[in-house]
Design a protein around this ligand. Structure first.
Ligand SMILES: NCCC[C@H](NC(=O)CCC(=O)O)C(=O)O
Ligand SMILES: NC(=O)OP(=O)(O)O
Length: 315
């Protein structure tokens, strides 16, 4: 693996999941990353991604440097040929080039602005880092995807499933803020790569990018979709059609015990952070059905498996 930009960079998903589960079991610190440096750049807040990726780097023997680039770094210019006489102090060409002097792998988090769909879909920040860095770049959640989260989710479903082909439902839930489609996009992508019966449910107006969902069944009746689900992945996202808009905050889509009754005693997942009693009710999050902590725990092994692949490719 050269870069990890999206789940499409995974060549053999089953192999990568198995690798992550082996790393989880043996918990050995490998020598592979010795003398190598991982640099993590955050243009947005993070708890899990930052700490699990740092931990994964350390478990691989790497040195790790993290920077809140959005807050502490120079404002970056991304336009080629820009006359930089305004608020941007540093061009991505130098920033990515300099980072490549210090780091062997670079991770970048850059959320969408959720204003201009075409602009967000260009993935200017991640793509520019890839273009101007001379070392591999990992996506730590970008405008349209969160592939380390998706790999974690596939690992968690694999280790918890009790039948060969479980039913997995991705359900929209309300939120007051406009959130990216990154998490549901990558989750939908990866669910199409593993052996599950996958269904998406959301209110009308919240259908995800059809290029991402492909042939996946989208049901607008949540109760119908939840029937017999073995796993329910709860997540809010803003509208794709009416780009970046919060069309409704329909409380009756909040995932609670009453919803859980329609399922096959499903395991309930969320990428976190989760707004309690808005997205998922306490009666579910505090129940044994919630597997969100185990899911977050697996972030370390997903990052470790991905960076192991990249390190093996470096020499
Ligand atoms: N990295 C995991 C989720 C990040 C982001 N959530 C958020 O911004 C939640 C913020 C809030 O609840 O105020 C998202 O949905 O993509
Ligand atoms: N799930 C996730 O990516 O969490 P953070 O935003 O805290 O990194």
């Amino acid at each position: 693996m050269k870069n990890y930009f999206s789940t499409h960079d995974i060549q053999n998903i089953q192999e990568l999941i198995n690798q992550a589960l082996e790393l989880k079991k043996s918990n050995t610190s490998l020598e592979l990353g010795k003398g190598k440096t991982l640099g993590l750049l955050f243009f947005n807040p993070s708890l899990r991604t930052r700490l699990s990726t740092e931990k994964a780097g350390k478990l691989l023997g790497m040195d790790v440097m993290t920077m809140n680039a959005g807050k502490d770094g120079w404002a970056l210019e991304f336009e080629d040929g820009a006359i930089m006489n305004s608020d941007k102090a540093e061009h991505i060409k130098e920033a990515a080039g300099v980072l490549s002097q210090y780091c062997d792998i670079i991770g970048v988090r850059a959320f969408p602005e959720l204003i201009d769909r075409d602009k967000d879909e260009e993935e200017q920040v991640l793509k520019s880092f890839q273009k101007y860095a001379s070392v591999p770049v990992i996506n730590l959640e970008s405008a349209t995807g969160h592939p380390l989260q998706a790999l974690t989710d596939a690992i968690t479903i694999t280790e918890l499933k009790d039948k060969p082909k479980p039913k997995v439902v991705l359900t929209w839930a309300p939120h007051t803020k406009a959130l990216p489609q990154s998490v549901p996009n990558s989750f939908a992508e990866i669910m199409q790569k593993i052996d599950v019966d996958f269904v998406i449910t959301n209110p009308k107006g919240y259908d995800l990018n059809p290029k991402v969902t492909g042939d996946v069944k989208v049901i607008h009746d949540q109760e119908e979709a939840l029937k017999d689900a073995d796993f329910v992945y709860v997540k809010n996202w803003s509208s794709y059609e009416n780009y970046g808009k919060v069309l409704s905050t329909e409380k009756d889509w909040t995932f609670n015990q009453q919803k859980l009754k329609h399922t096959n005693n499903a395991k309930v997942m969320h990428c976190l952070p989760v707004r309690r009693n808005v997205v998922i009710a306490d009666d579910v999050l505090d129940s044994p059905n919630a597997v969100v902590l185990q899911q977050a725990g697996n972030r370390t092994f997903a990052a470790q498996a991905v960076m192991k692949r990249i390190l093996e490719n470096l020499d």
